[in-house]
Ligand binder design. Structure first.
Ligand code: BGC
Length: 782
C-alpha cells in the first residue's frame, strides 16, 4: 500500500533525549505504560507494574515478570493433526512477582486510585539504566507524603534486581507500614483469538514447593507444571533512615515477605531497599539454587542500591559508547532510536543459552518465542555494536543444532532445519503454512553467521561452530531442492513460505532461493578455506558429520544453477512461481478497519491474492544488494510497494532502507518515522502486549543501512550516506573488525572518525577511505 504522507501522532510521552517520562497517571493507558517502562537485563524482565499493585479498571494491567528461556511446555491439541506437527508448545512463563511493596500511611493503603495525587512523575533513565517514580500523595483521611521509588534490573549481575522506596512525611505523624513480599500465584494469560498473543492457559503457571524465611531471606521455591524446572525467588531488605522499626516475617498462601513498621513525623524520611533474585534449575543444579540465592543477596547487601546504580551507569556508558545514534533536529526520533537500542539491550539473552524473543522480555505476545527476527533484525544491531552479544546469539543456535538435525529428520530431510519459532530449540509452530514452511530461517542463520564473521573477523567462531551449522543447513537445502527438468534443469525449491506470511506454500520463493544460493556459495567457500587453512578443523567437522567432497561440490552446483523467478515483461523479480498470476487485492474497497488483514480474512482468501504482509522480494533487494542492478531494484520495489500492507511490524524498516537506496529519501523518511516510534506512539495499538523488538532493531538498520547506505559485500565495508532533509545531522558508531568507527552525516558532508583501534579501511561512495591512529578523521564533502 502506498505510504500516505506519514503524520506523526501527538506525543504520548514527552520527547526527551535520554529518557522516557510520564507526568501524570492515566488509568486508560496503564497497560501500555507497563510495557514501555519495562526493565530487563536479558535474563530477568519486569514490566513497569506499580510496587503497590494495580487498583484501577479491570483489564488495564498485566503484571509481568519473566525469565529468559524459562518456559513450560503443554501438549498442543490439534483437532486434525498430521505427522510431524510439533506435539508440545514451549511458552515463556510469567513468573513469581517480586515487585510487590504495599505501603500504608496511618493504616490507609497507598495506591493511585485512592486518596489524592498531588503530583506523579515516572521516568526511565536510559543513560543510567533505572526507573524512578515520584508521587506526592494524600491519604483519604489526610496525611500527605512524598514517595520516591527507584528500580533497577542489574546489567552486571544476571540474577539480581532491586527496588527502593523512600517516604517523606509532609504533614503526617504516625505509623507507616511497608509490606514487601513475593507473590507466587500468577495466573496464565487468557486465551484469545489473536495469533500474535500467547495461546494462554488459565491454570496457575507455577506450583509451590516450599516457602521459608532463612537468615534474612524470604525464599519461595516453585516448579513448572510440565517441564519440571525449579525456580527459587528470594528477597532481602535494608531499612534506611530509621533505626527504630519492627520487622515481622509473614507468609500466607503463596506469598512470603516482611512487614516493616515504623513511625514518621512531618519532615522525616524513611526508606526500604528490596533486593530480588531469581535462580532456576535451567542454569544450575536444583540443590544449589537456595545457596546461590544467598550468595546473590550477600553481594547485593554488600553493594547497596547506590553502588548497584553506579555499576549500571558504568555498564551503560560503555554500551552507549558503542551503540549510540544521535539525530539532531528531531527530538522525537532521537528519543525513539535511543529507546529502541536500550530496550534491545534489556531483552537480549547474553549467556549463549537464551536468545531474544519477538516481544523481548516485556510481554507474553508470541509466547516469548525466538524467530528469524533474531538473525535478520536484531543480530545486525548487535554484530556491529556489541559483537559479544551477537556471538552469544550464534552460540544459542549452535547449542540447538542437534534439535535442528532431528527436525530435519522428521521432515524427511538430511542435515538440519532450524525451528521457525522456539525457546529451547524444538519447532513450536502449530500452523505450518506460516511456520515450518518458512524454511528460509536456515538461510537467514547462515547469512547472519557470514555477516558476523566478516564484521568481527571472529574466525574462531566459524571454525568451532559456525561451519558446522553452515554445512548441516546446506546439506538440508541440497536434499530439499532438486534439479528440475521442467525448468531447464535449474535448482528448484518447492513448497516453502517466504517472509511474506500472506503468501504461503509456494514453489521457488525468490527470497528463499537467493538466500539459499548465497548460503551455498558461502558454505562451499568456507569448506574450501577450512580444508586449506585449518585442515584439522576441517577433518574434525567432516568426520563428525560425514561430509563428502561430492556434497560440497553439490552445493556449488546447486548455487550456480539456482532458479530465480524473473518476469521479463515487467522486468522484475517475481515473488515466486505463481505470485504474479494471482488477482491483486482490492485495496480500494478494503476499509481501514479491516487491517491487519489476518484478523479479518481467512488465510485462503489472503493467499489467493497479490497482497503482502511484509517485505519479501524487497528484503532480498536489500540483503543481497549487489545481485541487482539499480533499475531492477527500482522496478521491483515499485511493483511490490503498493501491494504491501505492512501488517507486520517487521516490514516498514526494510522499505525505508530500499527507498533510501533507490533515491527516494522522502519515502525512506516516512517509513523510518513510523518504525522508530512504533511503541512510543503505539502505532499498532498493541504496545500493551509487549514491545516490537524486531522493528526496534529495524529502525537502527534504517539509519545505518538506509540513510548511511552501509553494506558489506564480499567482506568489504562501504557507505553511501544521504541525510534526510528534515535533520541537521546524524551520527552512529560501528564496530568493524575490532575497530570502533563513528560515522557522521551532515547536510553537505560525511565524516568518519576512528574512535578505537589502529587502522581501518572502507569505501565511501565507491572511494576508499583509510583511517589510522595518526589520521583519525576523514571529512568528505558531498
Ligand atoms: C511476522 C514474522 C515474524 C513474527 C514474529 C509475524 O507477524 O510475519 O515475520 O517473525 O511476526 O515477530
Amino acid at each position: 500500500m502506498k505510504m500516505k504522507a506519514y503524520v506523526r501522532p501527538e506525543a504520548l510521552y514527552p520527547y526527551r533525549d535520554w529518557s522516557l517520562a510520564e507526568e501524570a497517571y492515566d488509568d486508560e493507558n496503564n497497560q501500555r505504560s507497563e510495557s514501555v517502562f519495562a526493565l530487563g537485563n536479558g535474563y530477568i524482565g519486569m514490566r513497569g507494574n506499580f510496587e503497590e499493585g494495580y487498583h484501577g479498571v479491570q483489564g488495564k494491567s498485566v503484571t509481568g515478570n519473566y525469565i529468559n528461556g524459562f518456559y513450560d511446555s503443554e501438549p498442543i491439541v490439534y483437532p486434525e493433526g498430521a505427522y510431524g506437527y510439533p506435539t508440545r508448545n514451549q511458552s515463556m512463563l510469567n513468573v513469581t512477582n517480586a515487585q510487590c511493596i504495599q505501603l500504608t500511611v496511618g493504616g490507609a493503603p497507598f495506591h493511585l486510585n485512592t486518596g489524592k495525587i498531588h503530583s506523579f512523575n515516572r521516568e526511565l533513565d536510559m543513560k543510567r539504566g533505572f526507573l524512578w517514580r515520584h508521587v506526592e500523595w494524600e491519604a483519604p483521611a489526610g496525611g500527605r507524603v512524598k514517595l520516591n521509588f527507584r528500580r533497577v534490573v542489574s546489567l552486571t549481575h544476571k540474577h539480581l534486581a532491586a527496588i527502593q522506596v523512600e517516604i517523606e512525611s509532609v504533614n503526617f505523624a504516625g505509623e507507616i507500614r511497608f509490606h514487601s513480599f513475593v507473590d507466587g500465584k500468577i495466573a496464565a494469560a487468557e486465551v484469545t483469538d489473536d495469533p500474535r498473543l500467547g495461546a494462554g492457559g488459565g491454570e496457575p503457571n507455577l506450583i509451590l514447593e516450599r516457602m521459608a524465611h532463612m537468615s534474612g531471606l524470604a525464599v519461595l521455591k516453585q516448579r513448572t507444571r510440565h517441564t519440571d524446572f525449579k525456580l527459587v525467588t528470594a528477597i532481602s531488605h535494608q531499612v534506611q533512615g530509621q533505626t527504630d522499626f519492627e520487622a515481622e516475617e509473614v507468609s500466607e498462601n503463596e506469598r512470603i515477605g516482611t512487614v516493616f513498621t515504623l513511625k514518621l513525623a512531618p519532615g522525616e524520611k524513611a526508606g526500604l531497599t528490596k533486593y530480588i533474585s531469581y535462580h532456576t534449575s535451567k542454569d544450575d543444579a536444583e540443590e544449589e539454587l537456595e545457596y546461590l540465592a544467598a550468595g546473590t543477596h550477600r553481594l547485593a547487601l554488600d553493594l547497596g542500591m547506590d553502588r548497584l546504580l553506579e555499576e549500571q551507569e558504568t555498564y551503560l556508558k560503555s554500551f552507549w559508547q558503542h551503540a549510540d545514534v544521535e539525530i539532531k533536529g528531531d527530538p522525537a526520533l532521537q528519543q525513539g532510536i535511543r529507546f529502541n537500542a536500550f530496550q534491545l539491550l534489556q531483552s537480549v539473552g547474553r549467556d549463549g543459552k537464551t536468545n531474544i524473543g519477538a516481544k523481548g522480555l516485556t510481554g507474553e505476545g508470541y509466547e516469548g518465542h525466538y524467530f528469524w527476527d533474531t538473525e535478520m533484525y536484531m543480530m545486525p544491531f548487535f554484530t556491529y555494536t556489541q559483537p559479544d552479544i551477537a556471538r552469544a546469539l550464534m552460540d544459542f543456535r549452535y547449542g540447538t543444532l542437534d534439535k535442528a538435525r532431528s527436525r530435519a529428520a522428521v521432515m524427511s530431510q538430511k542435515g538440519a532445519l532450524f525451528p521457525w519459532r522456539t525457546i529451547a530449540g524444538e519447532e513450536n509452530s502449530a500452523y505450518y503454512p506460516a511456520g515450518t514452511a518458512q524454511m528460509h530461517i536456515n538461510a537467514d542463520i547462515a547469512y547472519a553467521i557470514k555477516q558476523y564473521v566478516q564484521a568481527t573477523g571472529d574466525e574462531g567462531f566459524l571454525i568451532d561452530k559456525g561451519a558446522e551449522i553452515l554445512f548441516e543447513t546446506s546439506r538440508f537445502w541440497t536434499d530439499l531442492g532438486y534439479f528440475n527438468e521442467t525448468k531447464g534443469g535449474a535448482f528448484c525449491i518447492d513448497c516453502v513460505t517466504g517472509p511474506d506470511e500472506y503468501t504461503a506454500i509456494v514453489n521457488n520463493n525468490t527470497y528463499t532461493n537467493l538466500m539459499v544460493q548465497s548460503q551455498l556459495n558461502y558454505a562451499y567457500e568456507t569448506a574450501q578455506r577450512l580444508r586449506k587453512d585449518h585442515p584439522e578443523a576441517y577433518e574434525r567437522i567432516s568426520q563428525a558429520i560425514g561430509l563428502t567432497e561430492a556434497e560440497i561440490e553439490g552445493w556449488h552446483e546447486a548455487a550456480a544453477r539456482m532458479f530465480v523467478p524473473y518476469d521479463e515483461q515487467l522486468g522484475i523479480y517475481a515473488q515466486d512461481d505463481t505470485f504474479l498470476s494471482k488477482k491483486k487485492w482490492d485495496f480500494e474497497n478494503t476499509p481501514e478497519d479491516k487491517y491487519p488483514l489476518l484478523l479479518h480474512y481467512h488465510p485462503l482468501v489472503i493467499y489467493r491474492h497479490q497482497v503482502l504482509k511484509q517485505a519479501d522480494t524487497v528484503m532480498a533487494l536489500f540483503l543481497l544488494s549487489d545481485k541487482f542492478t539499480k533499475e531492477e531494484k527500482i522496478r521491483t520495489y515499485q511493483y511490490y510497494e503498493p501491494l504491501t500492507t505492512h501488517d507486520s511490524s517487521l516490514s516498514p524498516c526494510i522499505h525505508s532502507i530500499v527507498s533510501a537506496e533507490i533515491g527516494d529519501l522522502e519515502g525512506a523518511y516516512a517509513y523510518f518515522d513510523r518504525t522508530v516510534r512504533m511503541d512510543l506512539d503505539d502505532i499498532n495499538k498493541n504496545a500493551k502486549d509487549g514491545l516490537h523488538t524486531a522493528a526496534m532493531a529495524g529502525s537502527w538498520m534504517s539509519i545505518v543501512n538506509g540513510f548511511a547506505g552501509m553494506r558489506m559485500v564480499d567482506g568489504a565495508l562501504s557507505f553511501s550516506p544521504a541525510l534526510p532533509a528534515q535533520w541537521e545531522s546524524c551520527s552512529f558508531r560501528i564496530m568493524y573488525q575490532g575497530q570502533l568507527i563513528k560515522v557522521s552525516m551532515g547536510p553537505n558532508e560525511a565524516s568518519y572518525t576512528l574512535l578505537e583501534g589502529n587502522a581501518v579501511s572502507f569505501k565511501h561512495k565507491g572511494e576508499v577511505v583509510t583511517l589510522t591512529a595518526q589520521e583519525k578523521t576523514a571529512v568528505i564533502q558531498s
